[in-house]
Write a protein that binds this ligand. Structure first.
Ligand code: ADP
Ligand code: MG
Length: 291
């Protein structure tokens, strides 16, 4: 395309709230055939809320939520906000912990009263040699599209917290539009399979890559490209940044993290997934103009 037609296309896109930072993206967008969508904050609102607190024998729900909030006080993760807000609403004050650590895609840990506390997903706790509990209840939570977080004190699970997020109002519509254009749509997430599948069903996505560690999202995009796909990646988080940079066109959600926005060629200001199909349509129109 000529510089002039690219300028016109970039201007047109801006009217739709689509900020194109790299002009080539406008041309590449016409050729996309695969769209990889992050789950949390991209398909969903990214404002998860606590839905359930379960305590194992010997602990109370209040104690479980208090300990969970004590752990999450140092975390910036959306799941942490859900737990902090719920504790505050119930008038529970977090206690101060030491040796806090946040482990990407796994959870958080710290020391309190001479014990090691961990809060995160089951796979990580199993790797740490923790004895599980409340597994059936946790499975029931994930069937309802909530994410179960396991709380462990030393080597034993003492509680499970269910945290759930709604899909964006127009997500299913936007995804249907992409599929009608013949695009392959894939959801990618660090969340567990059952919770991811429940959200995917609501959103109308039938391919799900779950339990993908943050560092592996870019590798999944690369694998699709090696199979010949032209890949759009849509994401909002720090953990999506390498995949956004790896994709043929990266779309950052405008309300997402700065790191995601800086790694992507395009920013969807309103966060609506309709921006992906809109960008492709504008791309085709722009290229058509200069034939
Ligand atoms: P996503 O790809 O959906 O944005 P992440 O890679 O950020 O997910 O996290 C994947 C999983 O790791 C979460 O579903 C959760 O089980 C666990 N996890 C990550 N951070 C935290 C945290 N601060 N507290 C509890 N669990 C966490
Ligand atoms: Mg996200």
């Amino acid at each position: 395309a000529t510089p002039m037609s690219v300028m016109v296309g970039v201007g047109k896109a801006a009217e739709y709230g689509i900020l194109i930072r790299q002009g080539e993206a406008l041309q590449t967008a016409a050729d996309l055939d695969t769209v990889v969508l992050d789950k949390t904050g991209t398909i969903t609102e990214g404002r998860p809320a606590l839905t359930r607190v379960l305590a194992a024998d010997g602990d109370t729900e209040e104690e479980v939520l208090t300990l969970a909030a004590s752990l999450e006080a140092g975390s910036e993760h959306p799941l942490a906000r859900a737990i902090m807000t719920a504790a505050e609403e119930r008038g529970l004050s977090p206690r101060s912990v030491s040796d806090f650590q946040a482990l990407n895609g796994k959870g958080v840990s710290a020391r309190l009263d001479g014990a090691t506390l961990r809060l995160g997903n089951r796979r990580w706790l199993e790797q740490e040699g923790v004895t599980l509990a409340l597994q059936d209840q946790a499975a029931a939570l994930s069937e309802d599209a909530a994410t179960p977080l396991f709380l462990a004190r030393d080597d034993r699970v003492i509680g499970v917290l269910g945290v759930a997020d709604r899909i964006k109002d127009d997500a299913a519509d936007a995804i249907r539009r992409l599929r009608e254009r013949g695009l392959r749509v894939i959801m990618i997430t660090g969340d567990i399979q059952a919770s991811a599948d429940a959200i995917a069903r609501q959103a109308g996505v039938d391919e799900v890559l779950a339990e993908v560690l943050p560092e592996d999202k870019a590798r999944e995009v690369k694998r699709l490209q090696q199979d010949g796909a032209k890949v759009a990646m849509v994401g909002d988080g720090i953990n999506d940044a390498p995949a956004l940079a790896q994709a043929d066109v990266g779309f950052a959600i405008g309300t997402g993290t700065d790191v995601a926005i800086e790694s992507a060629a395009v920013t969807l200001m309103s966060g609506s997934l309709h921006g992906v199909a809109d960008a492709m349509a504008i791309s085709r129109a722009t290229l058509g103009n200069i034939k």
